[in-house]
Design a protein around this ligand. Structure first.
Ligand code: 9WN
Length: 427
């Protein structure tokens, strides 16, 4: 494992801020230099949450730059492309062709998929922790209608199961693209081959899966990013507990923000209640939430860190919170990991300690589970997740993810959300 000289909190905070400065391109921050040269959706929400501890204006600019990519349908795209690096990441703007779509923004190029709807939760965190209250209040008023539109899109176009949950239509939409949760659904798709240069691909995907990712994206694009096509024909539709747990938490956040924006909080609280009831009814089994494959109408058996997403809900019943805590602390997850929280159950045959969402621990999911623990007053877990996450970045740097047994870094270096959330944890 890499040895890093011991750093105190102040020095760690300075290092984190300098990573964010280095990854800045105009008003946006890229996830990692080289590897991800554009603005990614949920990355920027975590980045804004961390920045808000020191610079309200910059946190707001990060979110507004992302929301400039919002489509008139309300959809917030998973990538807002940086024009100077257009095709430096595959698939780039020439694949997504957002400029051909009447609902896409004219000024910026984007992807056609979305990512976990962290946005309202992020605006609420910025509001709660802002150093400049006036700037934060202006940000809330400006973004509130955008967030309402985003939630409307999820509740309408994305309720593919008709039960009140939002479906993801591509693994990239989960934010956990190579999670073993999607393996069976992907393997049910036709075997396809594309002729892009293999070296353009991120190392993380078995080739056959990446070809299917591209195939799914092209099918959706060729439908004109059409909601009816998604309902009737698109072959990948999954109700994911992390995506929906984050959406629910964002509904609660919108209810908190509504009075600041001069609006009624009740519709957001009611929406949260509907999502909660649907998640408990449709996704709960064996002490954890599971993803549901809508085409096979069955729960996906593997346990992943995504199954803890609904714990972000302050209204989740104490009995379910207790059961989730038991699973989290068991040898399937934290009980057998030196450095929590592994992204996939350690006992699963698919678990791989070094491959992205198939095993390693991530700063953003640790932050989410720590936030969930705080919501439910589980102070020991809050302390444990905060301390162990800071131990990871102190030992191995602001890496993309970490080996859950020895804490060594994996994936990209100088990863923005690892740096930004460190600032939040240090605050
Ligand atoms: C596809 C940028 C993104 C993160 C995702 C992570 C990875 C992209 C990829 O990088 O996904 O969107 O190329 O694999 O899985 O969570 O937002 O950091």
């Amino acid at each position: 494992m890499e040895a890093r000289p011991a750093v105190d909190d102040a020095a760690l905070g300075r290092e984190a801020w300098s990573v964010l400065d280095a990854n800045r391109t105009g008003s946006a921050t890229v996830p990692a230099p080289g590897l991800y040269p554009h603005q990614w959706s949920w990355d920027s929400t975590f980045i804004a949450i961390g920045m808000a501890r020191l610079d309200t204006r910059r946190a707001g600019a990060e979110l507004l730059s992302l929301m400039a990519g919002q489509w008139r349908t309300g959809m917030v795209p998973h990538i807002v492309f940086h024009p100077a690096h257009a095709e430096a990441y595959f698939p780039g703007p020439s694949v997504w062709r957002s400029h051909d779509h009447p609902a896409a923004p004219v000024e910026v190029l984007t992807s056609g998929l979305t990512q976990p709807p962290m946005h309202a939760l992020a605006v609420w965190q910025v509001w709660r922790h802002a150093v400049d209250r006036d700037v934060a209040a202006a940000l809330v008023r400006r973004t509130y209608p955008m967030l309402v539109a985003q939630h409307g899109y999820l509740a309408g176009t994305r309720d593919l199961g008709g039960a009140g949950l939002a479906a993801i239509v591509h693994p990239w939409e989960s934010g956990m693209d190579d999670s073993p949760a999607w393996d069976d659904s992907l393997e049910a798709l036709p075997a396809v081959r594309y002729s892009y240069r293999r070296e353009e691909l991120p190392e993380r995907h078995p080739d056959s899966h990446h070809d299917r990712y591209v195939w799914l994206a092209l099918r959706y694009r060729d439908s004109g990013y059409d909601g009816t096509y998604l309902r009737l024909e698109h072959p990948f539709a999954i109700e994911d507990p992390m995506f929906n747990g984050i959406w629910l938490a964002s509904c609660q956040a919108l209810a908190e923000l509504a009075p600041v924006a001069g609006d009624d909080p009740r519709p957001h609280t009611e929406a949260a209640g509907r999502i909660r009831a649907a998640m408990v009814d449709r996704l709960w089994a064996d002490g954890l939430f599971h993803a549901r494959d809508l085409h096979r109408d069955r729960l996906i058996p593997i346990r992943t860190v995504g199954g803890f997403g609904p714990m972000l809900d302050p209204g989740l019943s104490p009995a379910l919170v207790d059961a989730l805590m038991d699973t989290l602390e068991s040898p399937r997850f934290m009980g057998a990991a030196g450095y929590p929280v592994p992204s996939c159950e350690i006992r699963a045959p698919q678990f791989d300690r070094s491959r992205y969402w198939r095993g390693p621990s991530w700063v953003n999911t640790n932050w989410l589970l720590r936030h969930a623990a705080a919501v439910h007053g589980r102070t020991e877990l809050v302390r444990q997740l905060g301390t162990s996450t800071l131990r990871l970045v102190r030992q191995s740097g602001f890496r993309e993810c970490f080996d859950p047994f020895d804490g060594s870094g994996r994936g990209g270096r100088d990863f923005s959300w690892s740096a930004a959330l460190t600032l939040d944890l240090l605050a």
